[in-house]
Design a protein around this ligand. Structure first.
Ligand code: NAD
Length: 521
């Protein structure tokens, strides 16, 4: 095993076995009761290395029976896990934190091999996931209830937060390590047991994390993985023993998950897609704005739910900004994510790369001005890789499909508006409201914007305002179905239920039958 920088590093034995780059192709199994659970059918999916276009392994697809086995394991484990002490639960997470830290580069390399993002970006993904593990280590302070003494004579009342039971996570391909870490560390620390259905496109890293959780001392059945597709998801949504579902993915599926899960009586948080705008006022520092726009639009090949995909240039900002962005695009190095000189990697699949090229075709056809065209990019020695180069459009209008739809690729559209108010109205008219940014040197304008903009996460001279682990992440409108955001305090609330207790210790003075409505005395 080598790091992305080519230096040798020891690799966790079980992780090594599943690490596709060093062993003959095998089928990635599910993970139930702290052990690999082989596929029960021959239904599998291919997992590619997007940089080479080659299939590097297959992954088992769950049947209903596989999901039932995982939920059974989680239900059985929940009996003792929910009553284990907070200290014991968080001690496991402290140990897990150390293991993830130690294997950060191994995890990052797996991410690069299956997702395609460049190694340094993958390291960043592991780091941001780790921060949620660290947050969960401090759970003792976050689940404290309330207590009121003598609400009536010698009567006390208090509230406690208790785990939901078995909870499920369904996650997307674009952050295969971090997004599950938004969920399971907090859920597990709160005393729940977990069944994860990761993306079938880049699933290996979650099995490796499962081996680390086991090594950290997590009891059997507390964390389980079922791989696969809609069959697995639908069973989780209807299973009577699953109490809550966290979902992150595209908006059509998020809506489906929310509607189906709630119909089956579960609490659901379903985070969806995005179309993030970056407003540039004419007084902005254009060098800073150009660096930020290029990083946020083309980092991870635009496959981030917080990627900037629309520049909203006010007044003459576009004339000052776009030449600087073009200069930076011309210098970008696209290639295999394991090559330390690469700044941007491939897209996740051949089909997705074709879809992104199709959007660029549509933008040209609908009359937008193409300033940089990534359609014909070929990376040397990686001719079969799923690459699309950085693409920049100017004079995009709000009716065009490149403006309306989430492309999820390295395509940045520029809309020119005359005033700040027009910029705000444009953003408010869009159905997505995940993240947004404003670039300006005017503190008053920035404050007005952060106050009035109808979007869940706002950056001021910061293009990708992903909240820290001790805040919570989530968009508004069609970027989130449900009322609680993910991780942070909202996460604790989502994975726990409130219970209120009123208690009186028998006192001889208050004995005797009383049919009256209880009153405060
Ligand atoms: P996706 O919606 O296709 O898949 C997400 C999960 O749902 C996967 O586990 C997949 O197996 C499952 N799934 C797919 N189709 C299904 C169906 N018909 N029925 C049941 N389950 C199904 O999303 P993706 O392509 O993996 O990820 C990219 C999307 O995720 C983008 O839209 C991106 O904006 C979004 N995303 C959002 C956030 C956020 O926090 N809002 C974060 C990351 C990604």
């Amino acid at each position: 095993m080598t790091r992305g920088d080519g230096r040798a590093t020891p690799f966790h034995a079980e992780g090594e076995r599943w690490y596709s780059g060093t062993v003959a192709m095998e089928t990635l199994p599910h993970w139930i009761n702290n052990a690999p659970a082989p596929a029960s059918t021959d239904r599998t999916g291919d997992v590619y290395n997007p940089a080479t276009g080659e299939v590097q392994r297959t992954v088992a697809y769950s049947t209903v029976a596989d999901v039932d086995a995982a939920v059974r394991a989680a239900s059985e484990a929940a009996v003792s896990w929910r009553v284990s002490s907070i200290a014991k639960r968080t001690r496991v997470l402290f140990a897990y934190r150390e293991l993830v830290e130690r294997h950060r580069d191994d995890l990052a390399k797996m991410l690069t091999l299956e997702h395609g993002k460049v190694f340094s970006d993958a390291q960043g993904e592991v780091q941001r996931g780790l921060e949620v593990v660290e947050f969960a280590c401090g759970l003792a302070d976050l689940t404290k209830g309330m207590f009121s003494e003598n609400v009536s004579t010698e009567v006390d009342t208090y509230s406690i937060r208790q785990p939901v039971g078995v909870v499920a996570g369904i996650t997307p391909f674009n952050f295969p390590a971090m997004v599950p870490m938004w969920m399971y560390p907090i859920a597990i620390a709160c005393g729940n047991t977990f069944v994860l259905k990761p993306s079938e496109r880049d699933p290996s890293v979650t099995n490796f994390c499962a081996t680390l959780l086991k090594q950290a001392g997590l009891p059997d059945g507390v964390f389980n993985i079922v791989h696969g597709d809609k069959v697995a998801v639908d069973r989780l949504l209807e299973h009577p023993d699953v109490g809550a579902v966290s979902f992150v993915g595209s908006t059509p599926i998020a809506r489906y998950i929310y509607e189906t899960g709630t119909k089956h009586g579960k609490r659901v948080q379903a985070l969806g897609g995005a179309k993030n705008h970056m407003v540039v006022l004419p007084d902005a520092d254009m060098e800073l704005a150009a660096d930020a726009a290029v990083g946020a639009a083309y980092g991870s090949a635009g496959e981030r739910c917080m990627a900037i995909s629309v520049l909203v240039c006010v007044g003459d900002a576009a004339d000052k900004l776009l030449p600087k962005i073009r200069e930076r695009i011309a210098a970008l190095k696209v290639g295999n994510g394991l090559d330390p000189s690469s700044q941007m990697g491939p897209l996740i699949t051949k089909e997705h790369a074709a879809k992104v090229r199709g959007y660029i075709d549509a933008g040209v056809k609908e009359g937008a001005e193409l300033l940089a065209d990534g359609r014909s990019l070929v990376v040397k020695d990686h001719e079969k890789g799923f690459f699309v180069g950085p693409t920049l459009f100017d004079r995009v209008s709000p009716t065009m499909s490149i403006y309306q739809d989430e492309i999820f690729g390295p395509v940045l559209s520029t809309v020119r508006v005359k005033t700040y108010d027009e910029a705000v109205a444009l953003i408010h008219a869009h159905r997505y409201a995940n993240g947004v940014a404003i670039f300006t040197n005017d503190g008053g304008a920035a404050r007005k914007f952060q106050n009035e903009i109808q979007v869940g996460m706002v950056g001021v001279n910061v293009p990708i305002p992903v909240p820290m682990s001790y805040y919570s992440f989530g968009g508004w409108k069609q970027s989130l179905f449900g009322d609680l955001h993910i991780y942070g305090r909202d996460g604790v609330q989502f994975y726990t239920r409130n219970k209120n207790v009123i208690s009186r210790w028998p006192d001889p003075r208050f004995r005797g039958v009383d049919l009256g409505f209880p009153q405060n005395r």
